[in-house]
Design a protein around this ligand. Sequence first.
Ligand code: GLN
Length: 280
Amino acid sequence: MGSAGRHMDITVGVLALQGAFNEHVQLLRVAAKILEAKDIVNRTWVFREIRTEAELNSCDALIIPGGESTAISLVAQRSGMMEPLRDFVKVQRKPTWGTCAGLILLAEAANQTKKGGQELIGGLDVRVNRNHFGRQIESFQADLELPFLQQADGDELKPFRAIFIRAPIVEKLLKHVVGPQTDEEKVDATVVAPSRPIDHQVAKKIHLKGVEIMGTLPGRAAAIKEDETKKLDAEAGDIIAVRQTNVFGTSFHPELTGDPRIHVWWLEQVVEAVEERKNP
Ligand code: GLN
């Protein structure tokens, strides 16, 4: 990176309208300590809860927590935060990570949703299926293999214990289109995010990429009771982590396990993104 010794302040916000925002802030602090210990760049991390547009504008990166996506979207609409959020994610293309309900809000299309009842921010060209595993009682934990957590070739990859609570999955990867995902609008009980063009100054530094699958949940049949045909489908693996350019989404709640590895990894991505923007 060639930035040794340079001082850099990075502000990371956690959207605090509803849901598990405090847990994210706690784990971000743990992750920052780990990074400080191994880092050569002199940097100050600022983590803050975000409720207003002015607070959002102070951020280099944002986490949208788990909770209830309809409630988060409703509060965001009422407090005038929906447009600033779309600007942050889709126009400014700043690093944004959504967990569970946060992933739903960052999807360009979400189903099992009443039309008019919920608005999406968008940013990830995917369709998510809300409450994919059923009701609250069908929440479960699973050990995930997340290849992006591999530190170095040859190192043993420790599974990540993940908590799924009425979790969504990514059920379809969508082609990036200019404008809204109008084909998705035709799908039953599906809402789509309004499209916003990337800022052209930002576009000079950031190239929009396709969706990358970052993690799947193989053989989820073990966690839920299903008939045999469904089990076969499930073996292919449900997509539970994706990334597209600046946007990262996970179906599960890494902030509830106390394992900071994904937060550490994501903060490293944030550093890279902030550096990329600074370079002329
Ligand atoms: N099912 C919830 C929703 O639709 C998400 C659950 C969660 O964030 N744990 O928003």
